[in-house]
Design a protein around this ligand. Structure first.
Ligand code: ZN
Length: 430
């Protein structure tokens, strides 16, 4: 298994490495980025005073709004150097365009190479890609080039279409799949319905993207357990985003996504943009390293995570990122409790006969958050509604409104035309 040398050094050495890279980045931004030139000037930042990682707090953060409002002011290179354009998924607001140079594409390939290696990958593996390479999506392309760099094999099937997925597994015999975990549940259902002996087709592992597989204590969540109960393959969680251009991927220990310090500086901030205590959850805030076209400095991702700094059994000494508890903007204050949508998903994923769902939050007449869950099921009944509410009361001590709809209606609402991934949360709060 390949581990970059940097990822075995002690924390002090890693920090020293990042501080050298940070100084290079600040100089680069000040020379090439319209947005950051103005940002430094507006906030009267003396870059010579930024010596160590702790000094980063002297520079105000970059937000999603900044990226949306001044998208092309972030581009640091002339147009002729840009090779590839992608967009963010736009789950929260308008999508943002990201441009990449040849070096950025190479960096992205390296990032996925070390990430797949972290997830026990090597040149003997053959991966079936169950995600799109198109639709302005960065990740599909990144996986493909990372797997190439690893020297492993790859077969590009794309998302959906369980029939074609199994036909490929039977014909080409990959030993690994790359997919969103909820699609594995669909694959199992399809195989069971069609008499496919899916457990004995040679698939050994799944690199899972887009959805959490674990609870905060690293035990499998309902979705992870649902897969594992039926299909005993190794599951590797990975967390990434277009803005970061970097992945945090689990090793076989399954104790959080490993930080690759040559790619990115990570801070965990509270509501006032101050570092949280080491044992507290904070907003993942990133500074990209080695990015040429659109580097970001102290970008607040909106994702809330815990982090862990004790060394891992795999030999890496780098920080590990816990599962995303939720998105900051999606925080719900409900009857005195603070909740994030993933807590609802985890319960819904475990209820039999709940085929699909959308969680909607709105503002009620007294100005507080109101939660309604639209559930697609073949068997709506008052009894079932009560049963679902009881599940919520037991686990979260609150019960949302439940509205049953047809499975196809929910499916239609989950996949509006421009969406690349299913919409499971709608925020109608004012
Ligand atoms: Zn590890």
């Amino acid at each position: 298994m390949f581990v970059p040398e940097l990822e075995r050094l002690n924390q002090k050495q890693i920090k020293a490495f990042q501080e050298i890279e940070l100084k290079k980045l600040l100089h680069y931004l000040n020379t090439n980025s319209k947005f950051y030139q103005e940002h430094f000037e507006k906030h009267q930042i003396d870059l010579s005073k930024i010596e160590c990682l702790e000094d980063l707090t002297k520079i105000p953060v970059t937000t999603k709004d900044d990226l949306q409002n001044q998208n092309f002011d972030f581009v640091c290179v002339p147009k002729h150097q840009i090779i590839d354009y992608v967009t963010t998924s736009g789950t929260l607001g308008e999508p943002v365009v990201f441009a990449m140079t040849e070096n950025d594409l190479e960096r992205l390939a390296y990032n996925e190479f070390i990430s797949f290696a972290c997830a026990s990958g090597d040149s003997n593996d053959l991966y079936q890609l169950m995600v799109t390479m198109d639709r302005r999506f960065m990740a599909g392309l990144a996986y493909y080039s990372g797997i190439r760099k690893l020297g492993a094999g790859v077969v590009r099937v794309g998302p959906g279409n369980p029939g074609l997925q199994f036909d490929t597994i039977q014909r080409i015999k990959p030993n690994a799949i790359v997919t969103v975990p909820s699609f594995i549940v669909k694959l199992i259902e399809y195989a069971e319905k069609n008499g496919i002996d899916y457990q004995n087709l040679g698939i050994q592992k799944a690199i899972c993207i887009g959805e959490s597989l674990r609870n905060a204590d690293f035990t499998l969540n309902t979705l992870g357990q649902k897969i594992k109960d039926k299909w005993d393959i190794a599951l590797y969680s990975t967390y990434a985003s277009t803005e970061m251009g970097t992945a945090f991927t689990e090793c076989s220990a399954g104790k959080g996504g490993h930080h690759h310090p040559e790619m990115i500086i990570v801070e965990f901030l509270d509501d006032n943009d101050q570092a949280v205590e080491p044992d507290q959850a904070g907003e993942v805030t990133i500074t990209t390293l080695g990015v040429e076209a659109m580097p970001l400095l102290r970008f607040k991702t909106g994702d809330i995570c815990y982090h862990y700094t004790d060394p891992c059994v795999c030999g890496r000494t780098t920080m590990r990122l816990g599962p995303v508890i939720g998105r900051k903007k999606q925080m719900i204050k409900f009857k005195g409790t603070t909740l994030y949508p993933p807590a609802f998903y985890d319960i819904l994923n475990g209820i039999e006969n709940v085929e699909n769902y959308i969680v909607e939050v709105s503002t009620n007449t007294i100005g507080t958050d109101e939660i309604t869950i639209y559930i697609g099921t073949k068997s709506p009944s008052e009894w079932f509604e009560k049963q679902i509410k009881d599940f919520f009361r037991t686990k979260l001590r609150v019960a949302p409104n439940i509205i049953f709809e047809s499975i196809s209606e929910i499916n239609k609402r989950q996949f509006p035309e421009l969406s690349r991934k299913p919409i499971t949360f709608i925020d109608r709060r004012v």
